[in-house]
Ligand binder design. Structure first.
Ligand SMILES: *[C@@H]1O[C@H](CO)[C@@H](O)[C@H](O)[C@H]1NC(C)=O
Ligand SMILES: *[C@@H]1O[C@H](CO)[C@@H](O)[C@H](O)[C@H]1NC(C)=O
Ligand SMILES: *[C@@H]1O[C@H](CO)[C@@H](O)[C@H](O)[C@H]1NC(C)=O
Ligand SMILES: *[C@@H]1O[C@H](CO)[C@@H](O)[C@H](O)[C@H]1NC(C)=O
Ligand SMILES: *[C@@H]1O[C@H](CO)[C@@H](O)[C@H](O)[C@H]1NC(C)=O
Length: 442
């Protein structure tokens, strides 16, 4: 019975259902989109700057937000950054009445089909890499929004002297490569205040910290005409902790150990060994660290200069120790020779016992002296013996005085070296502290 009643209603039910489906489906918009796109592009000429009155400039609104600092190459003075770039301009030929096109307010169009400004970054030194994004958004009043991520490799004057407490200031200048300010003008999309403190997109866990992005608009005048340009100054600061731990603290320890070696007596030969091993340690340290310290032709990092100065001190005090040992050794040698000569003469065993030179000369001479013993008791011979002994003591005295003089001189030099070492270390500490203060203030 029910089926019988419903039977004549079936076409209506189906019609209602299909009506609901048709309303719910986006399918209904597609013809309008198609129609609108066709309508917009049919008469569009992408070669022509999109203004009705040619005397009107097209204003391009720019926006940049720094996403990451990828590489800071001080040797080649290059900075590699990843930025989000956005440009917005008005196209007077791409506007429509949205109520005539199914309330469509915004459509996407292929970038290749419309006019686009030719804006480049003046500092770029390498191919900018950006994904090839094919579409732009256009709204019903003809405003075009185009945004893309770019990897910029730009030339930048990188300062390394304050490493690892360095702050770099690199600029990215955007301008049209061909169009003068009468044709294409530039402007900011956001307020400069917002751009300066925009760190939302910045990746924080890298070696560099973004301090600010200041921006200025200016007009560059040259022979080809006046060009509008917008400059973004990206100021970044290095996180120094890793370098403090791996570079500064070990170098300070090495210097302190080196300083400690001045407390060994200068005549102590172990000092040479000690200094040599510190020197070797220093060399190994520097070779290890040579990759970490940035190099540039223009400026040398201060800590590199300090390493070299400390090495120079080390070498100086090492050569001083070597000289000292050489002098002392020379004196001993000549003294021993004299002892030998004097002992060639006749001599009592008693006299030899009194003679400290003979004891110094060692045991080897005594058999020689004993062999040379001549039987004599004359006064003359005793006299000549006594004279030779006295002259020996005189020369010995002289040698001792000379030796003492040398020792005093070298000791004074040692003290001088120690003091200059202290001064250099103090300067090093003061410089590091002031660099650190200016870094944290920057
Ligand atoms: C174009 O604009 C200028 C002023 O901006 C005006 O003087 C000129 O008449 C305009 N030309 C046309 C064809 O509308
Ligand atoms: C858009 O079209 C509607 C209907 O065709 C019309 O009433 C309205 O005035 C138009 N708006 C503009 C800005 O032309
Ligand atoms: C198109 O976008 C511009 C800039 O965002 C805006 O000022 C304008 O009102 C928009 N037009 C419409 C019809 O939404
Ligand atoms: C960065 O350099 C530009 C000029 O190149 C200068 O105007 C700006 O003040 C500098 N910024 C900082 C924070 O030093
Ligand atoms: C980085 O830190 C700033 C504040 O220090 C924060 O506003 C921003 O969201 C952080 N960025 C990321 C990607 O976490």
């Amino acid at each position: 019975i029910l089926a019988g009643v419903m039977a004549p209603l079936w076409p209506f039910v189906l019609a209602a259902a299909s009506g609901i489906l048709a309303i719910g489906m986006p399918h209904s918009r597609s013809p309008a989109l198609h129609h609108l796109t066709k309508q917009l592009l049919q008469t569009y000429r992408k070669e022509v700057r999109p203004v009705h009155n040619w005397t009107q400039a097209t204003t391009v609104y720019l926006d940049v937000s720094v996403h990451a600092v990828l590489d800071v190459d001080t040797q080649n003075q290059k900075l590699k950054t990843s930025i989000w770039y956005r440009e917005v301009w008005d196209d007077e030929f791409l506007s429509w009445n949205s109520s005539m096109f199914d309330e469509i307010r915004e459509i996407s169009l292929p970038l290749s089909a419309i006019w686009a400004p030719d804006i480049i970054i003046n500092e770029y030194v390498d191919i900018e890499r950006s994904p090839d994004l094919p579409y732009v958004y256009v709204n019903s009043s003809g405003t075009i929004k185009h945004s893309k991520p770019i990897q910029v490799v730009s030339a930048c004057n990188l300062e390394t002297y304050a490493f690892p407490f360095d702050v770099q200031n690199c600029s990215l200048t955007f301008s049209s490569i061909l169009h003068t300010v009468e044709d294409v003008d530039l402007a900011f999309l956001r307020s400069t205040e917002d751009i300066t403190h925009d760190q939302k997109a910045f990746l924080n866990d890298s070696e560099w910290e973004l301090l600010s992005v200041s921006s200025t608009y200016s007009i560059l005048q040259n022979s080809a005409g006046d060009f509008a340009q917008i400059q973004f100054n990206v100021v970044i600061r290095r996180h120094p902790l890793v370098y403090v731990v791996s570079l500064l603290i070990p170098s300070i320890f090495l210097m302190l150990v080196d300083l400690g070696s001045f407390y060994l007596p200068p005549t102590c030969q172990a000092r040479i060994l000690f200094k040599t091993s510190v020197l070797v340690g220093y060399t190994v340290f520097r070779v290890n660290m040579s990759d970490e310290v940035p190099r540039s032709a223009g400026s040398t990092p201060l800590i590199g200069v300090f390493f070299t100065v400390c090495m120079a001190f080390l070498v100086l005090s090492l050569s001083k120790s070597i000289l000292l040992v050489k002098f002392l050794y020379d004196e001993r040698c000549s003294q021993q020779e004299q002892t030998l000569l004097c002992l060639r003469g006749d001599m009592d065993t008693n006299q030899r016992q009194m003679d400290p030179g003979a004891q110094l000369a060692g045991v080897t001479e005594s058999p020689v002296c004993q062999e040379d013993q001549a039987p004599s008791g004359t006064l003359k011979e005793v006299w000549s013996q006594l004279r030779s002994i006295s002259s020996y003591f005189q020369t010995q005295d002289q040698v001792d005085r000379q030796e003492l003089g040398w020792l005093a001189l070298l000791e004074r030099f040692d003290r001088l070296l120690f003091q200059s070492y202290l001064i250099v270390l103090g300067l090093y500490a003061v410089t590091l502290c002031s660099l650190w203060v200016s870094w944290s203030g920057g």
